[in-house]
Design a protein around this ligand. Sequence first.
Ligand SMILES: Nc1ncnc2c1ncn2[C@@H]1O[C@H](COP(=O)(O)OS(=O)(=O)O)[C@@H](OP(=O)(O)O)[C@H]1O
Length: 401
Amino acid sequence: MRAQHGCGSSSDHPGTGMPFSRIRKLDAPSRGIFRRAAVMLGSLLASLFLLHCLTDRCCTITPAAASASPGQASSSSGRLFEDLRSLRTKRLVYEWTPGSARSSPGLADPPAGESLLLPPPDLVASRKVSPRFAGKLSPLGEGSKKLPQALIIGVKKGGTRALLEFLRVHPDIRAVGAEPHFFDRNYENGLEWYRELMPKTLEGQITMEKTPSYFVTREVPARIAAMSRDTKLIVVVRDPVTRAISDYTQTLSKKPDIPSFESLTFKNRTTGLIDTSWSAVQIGIYAKHLDNWLQYFPMGQILFVSGERLISDPAGELGRVQDFLGLKRIITDKHFYFNQTKGFPCLKKAEGSSKPHCLGKTKGRTHPNIDPEVVQRLRDFYRPFNMKFYQMTGRFFGWED
Ligand SMILES: Nc1ncnc2c1ncn2[C@@H]1O[C@H](COP(=O)(O)OS(=O)(=O)O)[C@@H](OP(=O)(O)O)[C@H]1O
């Protein structure tokens, strides 16, 4: 009997070879058994594949693996599985890294309705969350550039670089390295220009920058308030006398021919009248500058960091700053060590590095010796302003001793 519906094979034609004609010549019951066997084999293979996937070994075969010779196939796909498994392990390790905890205000105080979707804050803090929400580094370049929510506005030579570098260790803070000087020198460039300078941040991370001249520039408070009245402001203050000497030391390092500190301090040395128009002196009249800020921002939105304590107890000051920013206290004593050669606290590990990090040579310069009489005269000059400043801020900085 001739097959009625073959596969259009050549066996339909006379003179076709025996093997094909023999299959075709099977009787109906045999064909049924053959089909059933094929179906059973198919489902067995499908089940095996399913089991394989369930045991987490299923993967997309790469062209390389697919083109491997049978002998190579098992070893290369085995390697492939190993790679995938180690990738999974790495991802889990990343998710559970201590530094990846998200402790932003957004998560600590989820808006009504979101609390059911998000894990409770303590759980997040202790178990860590996905790097997508918590990690500082976004491997896929995720996130968006935002205008800063917090600024280090001063003071020049107060210790602003140290504070920013220390804060950058926090996974919920991202900051521009250079000083943008947007609100004093580059304001005409517009907010979009400013935003472009910022690093990308993920939800809950805080964008920051530092420009110490903001604190003493008259127009700046109004401009920052125009950007956002909610901006958090941080001022690192330091004894105005040592600050002035530090300021002078910096200028001297660039222009060695400038007059002496002593001569620049006075309008008239014989009368003892201080030259308040000299910027090194002027910047230290903190109470006066603060008055200007208080026209635009409430006191509660400004944090004053002691430049002296930033050196003697960096973790303590950083604790206050993290609280102020609504962040979990992640930066602690464990992050610092005192470098005897530098004479300053340094980071055991800087941001994105595993190496110890001290600030550069321009931080912690040796000051020239200043005539003690001039120093005393300056102390007397600043005293009433300092008292006023302590009163305004509610913190005693101890610059009189
Ligand atoms: N950890 C650490 N390492 C080095 N230096 C430190 C540190 N903490 C605070 N300081 C003090 O920071 C002073 C420089 O302040 P600023 O960074 O605000 O200077 S600047 O305005 O940005 O030029 C700098 O002033 P000088 O000592 O006069 O150079 C330092 O005293």
